[in-house]
Design a protein. Structure first.
Ligand code: GLU
Ligand code: ZN
Length: 497
């Protein structure tokens, strides 16, 4: 059987470096074994999935040179490759499980489930479904379904015993069934949950090896059971260590830019980002640090995957990127600069901002410098303002950053409404409120319109500049905690969804 790997990202938000990291290892593993790499889109969360986000994933992976052999846009033998288009397939398998007594229909209301959970929490027990609908009479089930009663389908889990499975890096892993919930497989809206969809798809798509984040390790017993219930052979599994923030927490956009687009816009080269991500989980047999993904394919050896929590370190990434830049000929360097920013597409995004504002073309450069490149570094004095105390400046920056962290879409109206509401809640004139943001984003008190700048820079870069401004103002940990609290108290009044 030839090797087949896959990634299954959810198209919500910006394309994540964690997706690129998983894609790289799956791609390398497949190519090393002469196999295929599949891209599947997990868009069963219909409320959060968007077509733009899906397209952004395609673009980001292609920019990195990680092409897939089968996927939603290129087709393949086992499509469709978007889970939202496979509903009927999952429904059929769910019915089979119910018929065979491996799953059951559950009519419990949210209120009832909340009560059960609260009681279990009070008794310091593992919170899980209590089996209430496990033995409902078949006629009653049919009658209630026919009557249109809302219901889900849950999987059966043995009451006793434990599940032992093999992770290729960790060896045998054992988890008692008492810790495994009777997982919902099909939601009330008829959509499958991740657990059903992943098992059905990995099987039907002939996936031989699953390389994914270690955060899924505890879900494996559910999958083991489903493979057994269906009588299918389970793929081999490798759970990779997750990327981490410098404080060792799981890499998050609140602490570290996570979007691939951010790194591209910052002028990180695709081959440097790939090389960096490779180093996060793997090392060359000769320990050299600079290598291409093709060299990684040739030398790949899964036993060299490390289990430590790799820290995503911006300084190291910049160093590595610099090594690549310096290795280029002048021609190549020039071509890369042109590809990066000084190309027509990027310039087009800037022209509407400057069209009415320049008389000589050379006026353009000082206007857009902070959009094209890094803005100047800030000192506390940059934030001096006749109407604002330091405390107010810090509050504006902190609360805006906190609100931006929660914002789902990065669109003009959302950004504008949010800022207006924040200014009102903080009882500041809108103009005064905007001042610290202008400084944080552009390094100046007067620049191109703020909301245009935010849109051009994108969410990750805008947030990174706000974080950096708070650093420049020497905000202490204690101050931050106090600010977090005051923000939490007002967050419910803000237009965030
Ligand atoms: N959508 C899941 C994720 O991106 C897929 C997990 C898996 O690979 O099984 O984390
Ligand atoms: Zn129930």
């Amino acid at each position: 059987m030839s090797v087949r790997t896959r990634i299954a990202p959810s198209p919500t938000g910006d394309p994540h470096v964690g997706t690129a990291y998983m894609a790289l290892f799956n791609w390398v593993f497949a190519k090393h074994h002469g196999g295929e790499f599949v891209l599947r889109i997990e868009d069963t969360d219909q409320a959060r999935s968007t077509a733009e986000s899906e397209q952004a994933i395609f673009n980001a992976l292609r920019w990195l040179g990680l092409e897939w052999d089968a996927g939603p846009d290129v087709g393949g033998p086992d499509g469709p490759y978007r889970q939202s288009e496979r509903r009927e397939i999952y429904a059929e398998y769910a019915r089979q499980l119910v018929r065979d007594g491996h799953a059951f229909v559950c009519f419990c209301t949210k209120e009832r489930l909340d009560q059960v959970r609260a009681a279990q929490q009070a008794a310091k027990q593992t919170t899980r479904y209590d089996g209430h609908c496990l033995n409902l009479d078949a006629d009653e089930v049919s009658r209630r379904i026919a009557a249109g009663d809302e219901h889900v389908i849950r999987m059966c889990v043995p009451e006793q015993g434990e599940c032992t499975f093999t992770d290729q890096l960790r060896g045998a892993v054992t988890i008692p069934y008492s810790q495994i919930d009777m997982q919902v497989l099909v939601k009330a809206d008829g959509m499958p949950t991740y657990h059903l969809a992943v098992v059905v798809d990995d099987h039907l798509m002939g996936i031989t090896h699953i390389l994914r984040g270690e955060d899924w390790l505890n879900s494996v017993p559910k999958h083991v059971l489903l493979y057994e219930y269906f009588g299918w052979r389970m793929p081999a599994m490798v759970h990779l260590p997750l990327l981490r923030n410098p404080d060792s927490s799981k890499l998050s956009k609140r602490k570290n830019p996570t979007s691939i687009t951010y790194y591209r816009d910052e002028g990180i080269l695709p081959e440097a980002l790939i090389n960096y991500l490779a180093l996060m989980g793997w090392s060359m047999p000769d320990e050299r640090e600079i290598f291409s993904k093709e060299e990684m394919v040739a030398a790949f050896d899964e036993t060299r995957i490390s289990l430590g929590g790799p820290i995503f370190d911006q300084t190291k990434l910049s160093w590595l990127n610099g090594q690549y830049l310096r290795s280029f000929s002048e021609d190549e360097f020039a071509r890369r600069v042109a590809d990066w920013m000084l190309n027509e597409d990027k310039l087009r995004g800037l022209i509407p901002l400057v069209h009415e504002r320049v008389e000589r073309l050379s006026d353009l450069v000082p206007l857009v410098d902070y959009l094209v490149g890094a803005r100047k570094s800030l000192t506390p004095e940059d934030f001096n303002h006749k109407n604002l105390q330091r405390e107010q400046v810090v509050m504006v920056l902190h609360h805006t950053l906190a609100a931006f962290d929660l914002l789902r879409r990065w669109q003009r109206d959302d950004l504008f409404n949010l800022s207006q509401q924040l200014a009102e809640t903080l009882q500041l004139k809108f103009r005064d409120f905007l001042f610290p943001l202008f400084v944080a984003i552009s390094g100046r008190s007067v620049s191109l319109p703020l909301f245009d700048s935010l849109l051009f820079l994108g969410a990750d870069l805008s947030r990174a500049r706000l974080r950096d401004a708070l650093e420049a103002l020497n905000v202490s940990g204690k101050e931050r905690k106090r600010l977090d609290k005051s923000f939490a108290a007002m967050a419910s009044e803000l237009p965030l969804e």
